[in-house]
Design a protein around this ligand. Structure first.
Ligand SMILES: [Zn+2]
Length: 300
């Protein structure tokens, strides 16, 4: 049996209800005009249907697929106890060290502390099979959508970014986040800290190309009234933001993408140039609100 026995290709007449496009994706053959099941080639889910894409149920409470062609994607289990390691690193970062880092990055120590910044000595990193060419690295825990620590981002004293071996890439989620205010999504922990300083509720993703699925899962768990992706002012940043926006508009009624003014690289540089929360809000208000996909607008 092949997937095409049960599913048919979308068309201009019957678009994919998940991504809204008319090519690549598949809808249940029995009722393509109002499908129960969709295999979207673009929007990821926890179920992979071979090379065809990701399985989505359009009706709430549909059982997970028992089709042998569709398999559940198991999240990779961290090989280390990153909760304990992150707590140890956090304890090792004395207040005056955090103040020094904050000054060098032009963000506040409070924002960095909310992101649970820590310090990992070179010797400690060596014992974790992780190289370090300096005295040590700054550390930021990376989390799954449920808040569990899945890995640790490292930042060397000269700004080189990598991770503790054995972990996964995850989200930078600060403590005391007010999700009801809406969410700004930044790239990396220091840009997230800059947005927290400007008074926003913000989370960070590991890079402009990563973290899409975790953010999608986060928004499924914790609905927010609007989400704003702050893209770096470069090609990959813009492209990555667009991809993420396409994915999360399924889970958030108002998704926008903004960038700093042309000559400014990223969120931290924007803050450094003197931008206030009001200026960022102006960009948010001027940005296009992405329209709802068919799937959500059809559900009542
Ligand atoms: Zn699709």
């Amino acid at each position: 049996m092949s997937i095409l026995d049960k599913f048919s290709r979308v068309s201009r007449a019957y678009r994919c209800p998940v991504c809204g496009k008319f090519d690549w994706c598949l809808v249940s053959r029995a009722n393509p005009q109002d499908p129960e099941e969709v295999i979207c080639a673009r929007v990821e889910s926890d179920y992979r249907a071979g090379e065809a894409g990701w399985w989505h149920c359009i009706r709430p409470n549909t059982c997970p697929p028992c089709d042998p062609l569709i398999r559940v994607i198991q999240p990779r289990k961290p090989t280390r106890d990153f909760e304990t390691i992150a707590a140890e690193f956090e304890c090792a970062a004395a207040d005056e060290m955090i103040v020094g880092l904050a000054e060098s990055l032009s963000v506040s120590g409070e924002g960095l502390s909310r992101l649970h910044v820590g310090w990992a000595s070179a010797r400690r990193l060596e014992r974790l099979d992780t190289r370090c060419h300096g005295r040590g690295c700054w550390s930021f825990p990376m989390r799954g959508a449920d808040g569990a620590i899945v890995g640790i981002r490292l930042r060397s004293e000269d700004g080189f970014k990598y991770s503790v071996k054995g972990g996964a890439n995850g989200l930078f989620i600060p403590s005391e986040l007010r999700n009801e205010d809406g969410l700004l999504i930044a790239e990396g922990p220091t840009d997230t800290a800059a947005l927290l300083d400007m008074g926003f509720s913000a989370i960070g993703r590991p890079s402009c190309q990563e973290g899409r699925k975790r953010i999608q899962q986060y928004l499924q768990r914790i609905p927010v009234p609007h989400a704003v992706i702050l893209a770096d002012n470069d090609g990959p940043g813009q492209q990555g933001a667009e991809l993420l926006a396409g994915m999360i508009r399924l889970y958030c009624p108002d998704v926008r993408v903004i960038s700093p003014p042309e000559t400014i690289k990223d969120a931290r540089a924007w803050k450094q140039s003197g931008a206030t929360g009001d200026e960022v809000m102006q960009a948010v208000n001027m940005a296009e609100k992405l329209s709802l996909p068919i799937a959500r607008s059809r559900r009542r």
